[in-house]
Design a protein around this ligand. Structure first.
Ligand code: SF4
Length: 378
């Protein structure tokens, strides 16, 4: 571990908003915009050290040389001017934010333009902007998730802390979660990445879910670790130096040229999380932030319900063609310019069946979802 001093470089990028064709089915964001490059939390497993994300030749610079996009709020305002309404993945409350306040100013732009936001944080510093998040939630919806992979009472907590040694302790994140929940904003946990041999045991997974529910969180979304190119090299260097007993396990799970975990039994872990969530009365899916009264609100909610069913089918290992039927229907509804509820009201089931990638069987499924849909429930 290093006590190296952090340096900041301010610059003016030309663009800030990353745009996707449609919102993903995990975080429900179509856009992302971040004010800093590099992260002072310096988690050893961070995928941002991958070549495609990292502007650093030396991966150790990632946590100590922070590039500050000083025109981020202005760029965001300009980019959102003609962008279709959808959720933005934004906010970054690493210590740099106390000095530069760019995340706050970007949230102000989201409030002003009426875009919903999703904030994913390892730092309780996000509480500083609770007033703004509350205002955004009232106007356009906001969802907050804290990155937490282990609870303070878990057997490997001390070792997990060494993996994210520059980030505030998990207890502070849980306490912040409680305050955000008390403010009426949907909040939960992103349990990512579940590190093999450190936090993938059933007791830790159940504890994270239980602590989340006890602190007012309503969801735990989880996924595994990916390791690639220079990030993989860096991470193996950390294992060699500080966790030599884990080296053999990771060499087996992440052999050369692999990205995800070889032989991963992800379904087993996901089912464990689902069972723990059901027991705790929370969900293993993030709620979709949908702007109240927006023209396509019902489409977005039907897509959310379809994606929930798709995830359940994946957990049940249902055949691939069935999964694709749901996936393609969700994409088709997401891409429609028209309000699907209106189509159903005017043309009934026949109208739904005419939508590309829907057809007869899916038409009946979508009809049921329209009838049970409540787009403003987030
Ligand atoms: S807080 Fe997130 S972005 Fe920052 S180092 Fe950790 S994993 Fe990476």
């Amino acid at each position: 571990m290093t006590s190296r001093k952090t340096t900041f470089f301010s610059y003016k990028p030309k663009t800030i908003l990353n745009k996707h064709k449609r919102a993903d089915h995990w975080f429900w964001t179509r856009y992302s915009a971040y004010p800093y490059l590099g992260c002072q939390h310096g988690c050893e497993f961070c995928y941002c050290r991958e070549q495609k994300y990292s502007p650093y030749d030396d991966p150790t610079d990632f946590s100590h040389v922070i590039k500050v996009k000083e025109n981020a709020p202005e760029l965001l305002r300009r980019a959102l001017k003609n962008a279709p309404l959808d959720a933005i993945f934004t906010g970054d409350y690493q210590p740099a934010e106390r000095k530069f306040e760019l995340s706050r100013r970007m949230l102000e732009v989201c409030l002003e333009t009426g875009f919903p936001v999703f904030v994913l944080e390892r730092n309780p510093g996000v509480l500083r902007d609770l007033d703004l998040l509350r205002a955004i939630h009232e106007k356009a919806r906001a969802v907050v998730a804290f990155s937490i992979i282990s609870t303070p009472d878990s057997k490997n907590y001390d070792r997990v802390c060494q993996m994210e040694h520059l980030a505030p302790p998990a207890k502070k994140r849980f306490d912040a979660m409680q305050k955000i929940a008390a403010a009426g904003i949907p909040v939960g946990v992103s349990m990512m990445p579940i590190l093999p041999g450190l936090c993938d045991d059933a007791a830790n997974i159940e504890a994270v879910v239980r602590w989340t529910a006890d602190h007012g969180g309503t969801f735990v979304l989880a996924s595994g670790l990916t390791l690639s190119d220079q990030q993989k090299e860096y991470f193996f260097g950390v294992l060699r130096a500080r966790f030599p007993d884990l080296l053999a396990l990771y060499q087996t799970l992440y052999p050369p040229k692999s990205y995800g975990q070889i032989g991963s039994n992800w379904r087993k872990t996901a089912l464990l999380i689902r069972a723990a969530c059901v027991k705790a009365g929370i969900r293993d899916r993030i709620p979709r932030p949908i702007v109240p009264g927006e023209k396509r609100a019902i489409n977005k909610h039907v897509v959310e319900l379809l994606a929930d069913q798709l995830y359940a089918m994946e957990l049940n290992a249902e055949p691939n063609h069935r999964l694709w039927m749901y996936r393609k229907a969700a994409w088709a509804i997401e891409d429609m310019a028209e309000n699907i509820g209106l189509i159903h009201r005017v043309m009934g089931l026949k109208g739904l069946e005419q939508i590309p990638d829907i057809g007869q069987e899916m038409g009946m499924i979508v009809e049921r979802l329209i009838l049970e849909s409540n787009p403003n429930s987030t």
